[in-house]
Ligand binder design. Structure first.
Ligand SMILES: Cc1cc2nc3c(=O)[nH]c(=O)nc-3n(C[C@H](O)[C@H](O)[C@H](O)COP(=O)(O)OP(=O)(O)OC[C@H]3O[C@@H](n4cnc5c(N)ncnc54)[C@H](O)[C@@H]3O)c2cc1C
Length: 402
């Protein structure tokens, strides 16, 4: 394994960092005004990203992107993750990035023209609706949303929530049961639903940690009531919904983890600045306290170790595919989330009361990133799957295939 930066990345990463610092971080001051108020400034920055040739880093060149490998995009993702607005500015924000990958890989020519192109152009947004309030999302095969084929149309009925960024999205990819009698993992399909379809209802943006959010920065509750879409809106093959979800999640976890490492580095930087400049008494610095020194040393080692693990997982996926890397992917999901939350917490603590305010980006990270241990599979599910596979290699019949 060689993670030395290629000449291309040696040139690219400082350019991206410089761009983020000059053009994106200054927009953070507007986060408390809400997403819609920020859109004109974000559009302006997006135009500059395109001019600089940095738009859609993870998308193949023939589709209008930079064509970076997963490992390369992971490194870019860390730079963008330093600010909550970085991925949006470069067109590689969740959930669009995952949806875009699904459409690129499984979409028909017609679906690409109608649904993918606006995502590539940055003129439209999308959402992904899988989790239901009535069922445990950690057991995704258990769901009530149904899609029934009626002639040339699917008729969809169901209730979803935590449909991130559905507010203002042009369409959602919904996971619905299409074949209730099939084998468990072949029951559901993915269907493209324009949000202006009669029967589709965006019920509300769910208040999260005291804030309902809006636009891309929100999580919605949605209902499908006899929602009718053309049969041709089926994404991929019928009954392949879970297979597609797996394809979406493997590389997606690398993106998330590298974004979290960007959050770690930004928070670590704030931690160290504060420790080096805050006086507890005239001439007595906060950084002289052994506890703070321990936080700095532990954070440095934890972030560096987490990065190596994530890069190794990306390297394995690039070479041998997501399945070969599944243990590494499970490990980085819970490990990086834990490292990030602990570094963010230490950074907040050294800021004292100021750390709680919207004057520092750390409070935004603290509120919005707690979900990292829950979405894309709660920590406990990943740990259990990993442990079972390890145990099975010791001959244990704990339920997992080696
Ligand atoms: C910020 C955020 C954004 C999200 N965005 C989306 C989105 O865009 N689209 C979408 O469809 N969903 C989204 N989700 C939903 C997410 O996928 C689910 O929350 C997740 O799958 C967990 O499901 P649940 O909330 O129903 O928790 P449950 O399944 O009810 O689990 C509750 C808790 O039980 C424990 N647990 C569960 N299973 C096990 C186990 N096997 N062993 C031990 N303990 C266990 C865990 O601690 C878990 O947190 C988002 C969630 C968050 C927080």
């Amino acid at each position: 394994m060689d993670f030395a930066l290629t000449a291309k990345m040696q040139d690219l990463l400082p350019r991206i960092r410089g761009f983020v610092e000059t053009h994106v971080i200054p927009l953070e001051a507007g986060l408390s005004r809400g997403f819609w108020a920020l859109v004109p400034e974000l559009d302006h920055v997006r135009a500059r990203v395109r001019e600089a040739g940095l738009w859609l880093p993870q998308v193949p060149v023939e589709a209008g992107g930079m064509g970076l490998t997963l490992l390369e995009h992971g490194m870019v993702s860390e730079e963008l993750g330093r600010t909550p607005l970085g991925h949006y500015a470069f067109g590689c924000q969740a959930p669009d990035a995952g949806n875009l990958e699904l459409l690129l890989e499984f979409g028909t020519a017609e679906q690409r023209a109608s649904f993918l192109q606006p995502l590539l152009d940055g003129t439209g947004r999308s959402a992904f609706a899988m989790t239901e309030p009535e069922h445990a999302g950690s057991n995704p095969v258990w769901m009530s949303t149904r899609a029934v084929l009626d002639g040339e149309h699917w008729i969809i009925d169901g209730h979803k929530w935590f449909t991130t960024a559905v507010d203002g999205a042009a369409f959602v990819i919904v996971m619905a049961v299409t074949d209730s009698q099939a084998a468990t993992h072949e029951r559901a399909s993915m269907i493209l639903v324009p949000t202006d379809t009669p029967g589709f209802e965006h019920v509300r943006n769910i208040p999260v940690m005291g804030e309902a959010g809006e636009g891309w920065l929100s999580h919605g509750e949605v209902r499908f009531r006899e929602c009718r879409v053309p049969a041709s809106n089926l994404l991929g093959a019928r009954g392949r919904g879970f297979a597609l979800a797996q394809a979406r999640l493997g590389p997606g976890r690398i993106h998330h983890c590298m974004r979290w490492l960007g959050i770690c580095e930004r928070s670590f930087d704030a931690l160290c600045r504060r420790a080096a400049t805050r006086e507890l008494a005239p001439g007595r610095m906060l950084g002289e306290q052994q506890t703070v020194q321990e936080w700095i040393a532990e954070s440095r080692a934890e972030i560096d170790a987490a990065r190596l693990l994530v890069l190794r997982a990306a390297w394995e996926i690039d070479r041998n595919g997501a399945k070969a890397a599944r243990d590494l992917v499970a490990s980085i999901k819970f490990h990086t989330a834990r490292v990030m939350l602990s570094v963010v917490d230490r950074a907040l603590q050294v800021h004292g009361a100021a750390g709680m305010t919207d004057d520092v980006v750390i409070s935004h990270f603290y509120r919005h990133e707690r979900g990292a241990r829950i979405y894309d599979g709660p920590d406990e599910v990943h740990k259990s799957a990993l442990a079972k596979r390890i145990l099975s290699s010791y001959g244990s019949s704990s339920g997992a295939k080696p």
